[in-house]
Design a protein around this ligand. Structure first.
Ligand code: ASP
Length: 310
């Protein structure tokens, strides 16, 4: 029995979702069940040590907002600083989980585990996956040597930098791409297949509680027949940064490239990422647009926003 606390922060998602039928795994409303109720429905939850919970938000994570991120980062920082807290578990929707994971990793750079978990089926499903995911997340949060932000889903532990939702329906909806997962949770035990990731990313030098206005950073995709029209429209509206989800090894349609270079010359920060699911852009000397340093388009956007804030 471990006597240090695990803090469970609820933010909503499908894990807290309700459907009118136990056989409906898609026609449900996310973020209906409070974190206290969710946890009360999981037998044996507190067997490994004390747990406290707090409801940070109650939303479908497709609607994740900067205000919720701000509040979440503040509470995570608060609990990380408590000597009697061993780790933090966050229940979250799957849709933007990877963005929150990367945001918290860059913002808080925790030396304790911050484990984000989720579900692909609502709490009312005949066989919900949420309770097992929470138990697995707790096992990770209690593991001596665990640190940093990780995601736990379907018995698999993914690092914040690599994790990506890759399936809209399957219970095992996440992948770490060619980096591979950190490990697995099997019957409450961890089997690690690689070293716990050492944080590569810079800690964001942002006083999160003071942020009143977030920079506007948009993602644009390069594809057959792409043009610079969207870039021009954004420039007209006012934009601080652009991430291009480029083809292959960071290649961009010439018409879009032209518009992006124009935006860059006008002072807008532009970053190239790849729309490929695996791998990263390998830069070549003289690249006109900086690459995302291995980050997917959505994470490159978060990184650029934090950089602009700092
Ligand atoms: N739309 C839901 C959400 O992200 C999906 C899920 O949780 O699986 O909150």
């Amino acid at each position: 029995m471990n006597f240090k606390k695990i803090v469970i922060l609820g933010t909503g998602g499908t894990i807290a979702g309700r459907a009118s039928s136990a056989f409906d795994n898609v026609g449900y409303a996310a973020a209906q069940v409070g974190i206290a109720q969710l946890l009360a429905d999981i037998p044996s939850l507190a067997e490994g040590g004390p747990i406290i919970s707090e409801q940070i938000a109650q939303l479908d994570s497709k609607d994740m907002s900067f205000a919720v991120w701000q509040q979440l980062a503040q509470r995570v920082n608060y609990f990380l600083a408590c000597d009697d807290v061993q780790g933090i578990v966050i229940t979250h929707g799957t849709d933007t989980l990877e963005e929150t994971a990367y945001f918290l990793q860059a913002m808080c750079r925790p030396d304790k585990p911050v484990v984000i978990t989720c579900a692909m089926r609502p709490a009312t499903a005949l066989v919900p996956d949420g309770p097992q995911n929470v138990l697995d997340a707790l096992a990770v949060a209690r593991h001596a040597g665990a640190s940093g932000v990780v995601a736990v889903c379907a018995g698999t532990i993914h690092g914040a930098v690599d994790v990506q939702k890759v399936h809209p329906y399957k219970l095992d909806a996440f992948s770490s791409g060619d980096a591979g997962p950190i490990g697995y949770v099997e019957e409450g035990r961890l089997r690690l297949v690689r070293n716990w990731p050492v944080a590569q990313e810079q800690r964001a030098h942002v006083a999160i509680e003071k942020v009143a206005k977030w920079p506007r950073v948009e993602i644009i995709m390069s594809y057959a027949g792409a043009s610079g029209a969207i870039v021009q429209a954004l420039l007209d509206q006012g934009v601080d940064g652009l991430v291009v989800a480029a083809t292959g090894n960071g290649t961009v349609h010439q018409d879009l490239q032209h518009a992006l270079l124009k935006a860059q010359a006008a002072g807008v920060r532009v970053v190239r990422s790849t729309r490929c699911v695996n791998g990263r852009v390998l830069p070549v000397p003289g690249d006109a647009i900086a690459d995302s340093n291995g980050l997917s388009p959505v994470k490159a956007r978060v990184a650029l926003m934090l950089e602009l804030l700092a």
